[in-house]
Design a protein around this ligand. Structure first.
Ligand SMILES: NC(=O)c1ccc[n+]([C@@H]2O[C@H](COP(=O)([O-])OP(=O)(O)OC[C@H]3O[C@@H](n4cnc5c(N)ncnc54)[C@H](OP(=O)(O)O)[C@@H]3O)[C@@H](O)[C@H]2O)c1
Length: 327
């Protein structure tokens, strides 16, 4: 039976955000074509997707890889919407910048070219990232969608996440330009650190970073100086909200809260006394990149409402990590 709202495609179905969007789309009455990367050496266990409520009737799985954009054609066919969520995420600098850029930009533009031939498609929602906004060297505490990261500035930071930050910036720009030139209805959504529960099998990297003080991983503390964040369920709902909106335009920040490293130390030690959390005094010494907050005004003005706050983000992530044996 076809979901009564129509069929949509979600790329990156095995990922943290992709799997949560699929769950919400199925609950909302959509049929979903989810793409995953197949691995000939070891078959992926997709039961976390195929056991979702509604999946047996309304979820179809397709194999596709950004290395070969034509591989997305079958999953896009007959869809009214495409959610472009998949991206290679490499914070260890394993691959050179050019290789990652080529895969993400060519892969995304290849999918958009396939979308041009669709007779059914109404809108594409591209999942960008705060890293396409915040790295511009400007000392501003809250940034709206008019800010773009500067690729040379990112390179000057010499961080192991450079290739990811650069590829997100250039891919979002290229996707918006391509859509403008070819008359495609495409919006981008820009989440900050995404946090909360998860259904995917791997511990998501953004949850690991957000819970760095709980896991005791000091190497991650440098990301926490000022930490903008958003609950995964709000992110998924914002994707669907923008897809269903009558006339969205351009980029939309999606970030509900921010907390400083001192605030996080205080909050975690009073709320979760069972964990050994570094003291406020000790974290004052930590040096790192001070992320600005992202203004969600444009998304809120369009009518979206955030449901979750910092309490739920930490409660849900910790609970889920305990249930899955990570804590
Ligand atoms: N999590 C955050 O805090 C956050 C914040 C802002 C924006 N985002 C954006 O949200 C999106 C999803 O991130 P996530 O946190 O859910 O990450 P994730 O769990 O690592 O998911 C990434 C997904 O992309 C897929 N992928 C990687 N390389 C691919 C390729 N060459 N071809 C096809 N698929 C490929 C992965 O498939 P495999 O399972 O096969 O590797 C996985 O399904 C990304 O675009 C990311 O930039 C995330």
């Amino acid at each position: 039976m076809e979901g009564n709202k129509g069929r949509v495609c979600v790329t990156g179905g095995t990922g943290y955000i992709g799997s949560w969007i699929i769950k919400r789309l199925l609950e909302n009455g959509y049929s979903v074509n989810a793409t995953i990367r197949s691995n000939p050496e070891h078959e992926k266990d997709l039961s976390f997707l195929t056991s979702l409520p509604g999946a047996s009737q309304n979820l179809q799985i397709f194999s596709a890889d950004l290395e070969n954009p034509e591989s997305f054609g079958a999953a896009i066919e007959g869809c009214i919407g495409v959610f472009l969520v998949a991206t290679p995420i490499d914070f260890k600098g394993r691959e050179p910048e050019e290789v990652v850029n080529k895969r993400t930009i060519d892969g995304t533009l290849g999918i958009l070219k396939a979308c041009l031939n669709s007779k059914t498609l109404k809108r594409i929602v591209y999942t960008s990232s705060a890293s396409a906004v915040v790295f511009n060297g400007k000392d501003i505490e809250v940034m709206d969608e008019s800010f773009w990261s500067d690729v040379d500035y990112i390179r000057s930071l010499n961080s192991s996440g450079d290739s990811y930050f650069i590829s997100k910036t250039l891919t979002e720009k290229s996707a918006l330009e391509f859509a403008e030139q070819h008359g495609l209805d495409l919006v981008t959504i820009i989440p900050s650190f995404v946090f909360g529960p998860f259904i995917c099998p791997k511990l998501p990297a953004s949850i690991y970073t957000s819970l760095a003080m709980v896991f005791g991983d000091k190497d991650q503390y440098s990301y926490l100086i000022n930490f903008p964040m958003i609950h995964v369920d709000d992110v998924a709902k914002a994707h669907i909200f923008l897809f269903e909106h009558s006339n969205p335009k351009g980029r939309y920040n999606c970030s509900s809260d921010a907390i400083t490293i001192e605030g996080m130390s205080e909050f975690l030690s009073s709320k979760y006394p069972d964990f050994t959390i570094p003291t406020v005094e000790s974290v004052k010494e930590i040096k790192g990149y001070k992320f600005p907050s992202l203004s969600p005004k444009k998304l809120l003005d369009a009518g979206f409402k955030f449901k979750y706050g910092i309490n739920e983000m930490f409660d849900d992530a910790i609970q889920c990590c305990k249930e899955k044996g990570y804590l």
